[in-house]
Design a protein around this ligand. Structure first.
Ligand code: LLP
Length: 417
C-alpha cells in the first residue's frame, strides 16, 4: 500500500510506522517537528550499493554532508565505510564518531587554511584539490609539517548532467573542479611539488542523477585521460567517481547501477586501481522523515491550506529547489474521500511551502503529517530563521528508538550574542 515500505515506512492499522515504531508516539514524546531515521533502511541500501559493485575493486566513502549526525556516521563506520568530509567541521564530527583520519578523504571547492592544515595534521588519506592555487597551498603547508600528502585533483569533466541546475557541477565554467587541460599540466609537473604525492583523480558529477549515461561517458573519457597523465609519470591508483546516485522520492526506480558497474569492470579490470564512490543521498534520503503537526487549516480563495509546524527552516529543499517530497497522513482514514491541500509552514516567506496540491485524507488541527525522503540534505541544511530551534533527530532500530540529537533551546540559540 505504501511506496516507502522498502525503506521501512509502512501503515499498520491505518497508522504510519517507521520499522516497528508508531511515528505518532515519537511525535507525542518529543514534540514536533521531529526528524526520524530508519537504521534498517540505511543498512539495506548500503547492502544494495555494495552488491552492485561487488566484483569491482572499490571503496565506499559516505558523503558526510548529506546527513552528518555523529550517530549516523558511527553507524556507517561500524559497517566499515570510509568518509568523504567537506570541511574541518565534518572531519571533527567523523573523528568524534571514532573514524580514523586514514579512513577519510577531504573534498571542498574552497577549503579554508584551517581545513587544509587540520586535515594534514590529522593525516587524512587524501586531500582533493580544485585549483592550482590550492595545490600550491597544500604543498606549502605539507612542507611546513615536513610531510608528504597524497592528493587527487578534482577534474571538471565538462559534460552536461541532467539534474536540477542547482546541483549539477560538471559543466565547464562552473566553480567546481579544474579544467582538464590545466589539471593535466599539474599532473605532468608533479615533480615541482615536493610535499605532494599525486595518486588519484576525482570527477564528482552532481547530485540526484538517475541516468547512467553521464557516468559512463565520463568513465570512458577518463580512460584516455588517465593514460595521458600516466605518460607523465604519475600513477593513478584511485578513481573517485564521487556521489550523485539518485533515489526516487516517489516510489519509482533508483539509480540503475548495472550499466555503470559493468562499464567500470570492462574499462578498469584487475586490482591495480581502486574505484572510490561517495554516496550520500542513496544511503540516507529515504531513511528519513520529518514529522510535523497541523497547527491550522483554512480555505483561502480556491485553496485549502494546511499550516504545519515544520517549515523551510527545517527542510529547505522545496523552497530552494522546488524539490518534491511526498506528504503522508500519519493516520489514514481509507473510508473518507481525499482532499487536495497546499501544505505550508509558519515562516514569514511566500516560499515556505513544503508541498502544493497534494491529495491527503481530510486534515484537522492536531493531526500529524510526515514529509517523506528527508534523511539527506534535510537537517544538515536547516536554519534558525525566525529563531526556530532545530528539531530533535531520532534513530529507530526495530521497536527501539533513541535521541541522536536534542532539540536546540532558545538559550543555545542566543548564546554568544
Ligand atoms: N561527493 C561530493 C564531492 C559532493 O559534493 C557530494 C554532494 C557528494 C559526494 C554526495 O552526493 P549525493 O550522493 O548525496 O548526491 N543539497 C542538495 C544536494 C547537494 C549535493 C552536494 N554535493 C540537495 O538537497 O539536493
Amino acid at each position: 500500500m505504501n511506496q516507502f515500505s522498502n525503506d521501512f515506512y509502512t501503515y499498520h492499522n491505518n497508522e504510519l510506522y517507521c520499522e516497528e515504531v508508531r511515528l505518532s508516539d515519537i511525535a507525542e514524546k518529543y514534540g514536533t517537528p521531529v526528524y526520524v531515521y530508519s537504521k534498517k533502511s540505511m543498512l539495506k541500501r548500503l547492502k544494495t550499493f555494495r552488491e552492485a559493485f561487488r566484483e569491482l575493486e572499490h571503496r565506499i566513502f559516505y558523503a558526510v554532508k548529506s546527513n552528518s549526525n555523529i550517530s549516523i556516521i558511527r553507524l556507517f563506520h561500524a559497517e566499515g565505510l570510509g568518509f568523504d568530509v567537506n570541511s574541518y567541521g565534518e572531519m571533527t564530527r567523523a573523528l568524534k564518531a571514532g573514524v580514523l583520519p586514514r579512513d577519510m578523504i577531504m573534498s571542498g571547492v574552497a577549503k579554508s587554511d584551517t581545513d587544509i592544515k587540520e586535515a594534514l595534521k590529522a593525516g587524512v588519506a587524501i586531500l582533493k584539490a580544485e585549483s592550482k592555487e590550492e595545490v600550491e597551498l597544500i604543498n606549502h603547508y605539507a612542507g611546513e609539517l615536513r610531510m608528504v600528502q597524497e592528493i587527487a585533483l578534482r577534474v571538471n569533466p565538462d559534460i552536461i548532467v541532467p539534474t536540477h541546475p542547482h546541483i549539477s557541477t560538471a559543466a565547464s565554467g562552473n566553480k567546481f573542479g579544474i579544467d582538464a587541460e590545466e589539471a593535466l599540466q599539474i599532473y605532468n609537473s608533479a615533480g615541482l611539488y615536493q610535499n605532494l604525492k599525486f595518486t588519484g583523480i576525482d570527477v564528482h558529477l552532481g547530485s540526484h542523477i538517475f541516468d547512467t549515461v553521464p557516468y559512463v561517458t565520463v568513465v570512458r573519457k577518463l580512460r584516455d585521460y588517465i593514460e595521458s597523465i600516466e605518460r607523465g609519470g604519475v600513477f593513478i591508483k584511485h578513481i573517485d567517481l564521487g556521489g550523485g546516485y539518485g533515489v526516487s522520492y516517489t516510489g519509482g526506480d533508483d539509480f540503475p547501477f548495472g550499466e555503470l558497474s559493468s562499464e567500470l569492470k570492462n574499462l578498469f579490470p584487475g586490482k591495480e586501481r581502486t574505484i572510490y564512490f561517495e554516496p550520500g543521498r542513496y544511503l540516507t534520503a529515504n531513511a528519513g522523515v520529518l514529522v510535523s503537526k497541523v497547527l491550522f487549516t483554512k480555505r483561502n480563495g480556491p485553496k485549502d491550506i494546511v499550516l504545519i509546524d515544520g517549515s523551510m527552516s527545517e527542510l529547505m529543499r522545496p523552497a530552494l529547489y522546488g524539490a518534491y517530497h511526498e506528504i503522508y497522513n500519519n493516520v489514514v482514514s481509507p473510508g473518507e474521500e481525499m482532499m487536495v491541500y497546499d501544505i505550508a509552514g509558519p515562516v514569514c516567506e511566500s516560499s515556505d511551502y513544503l508541498a502544493k496540491e497534494r491529495k491527503l485524507y481530510p486534515v484537522k488541527r492536531g493531526d500529524y503529517l510526515s514529509v517523506m525522503s528527508t534523511g539527506s540534505y534535510g537537517y544538515v541544511m536547516a536554519s534558525n530563521y525566525n529563531t526556530r530551534p532545530r528539531p530533535y533527530e531520532i534513530l529507530v532500530d526495530g521497536n527501539q528508538y533513541k535521541v541522536i540529537k536534542e532539540r536546540e533551546t532558545y538559550e543555545s540559540l542566543m548564546s554568544g550574542e
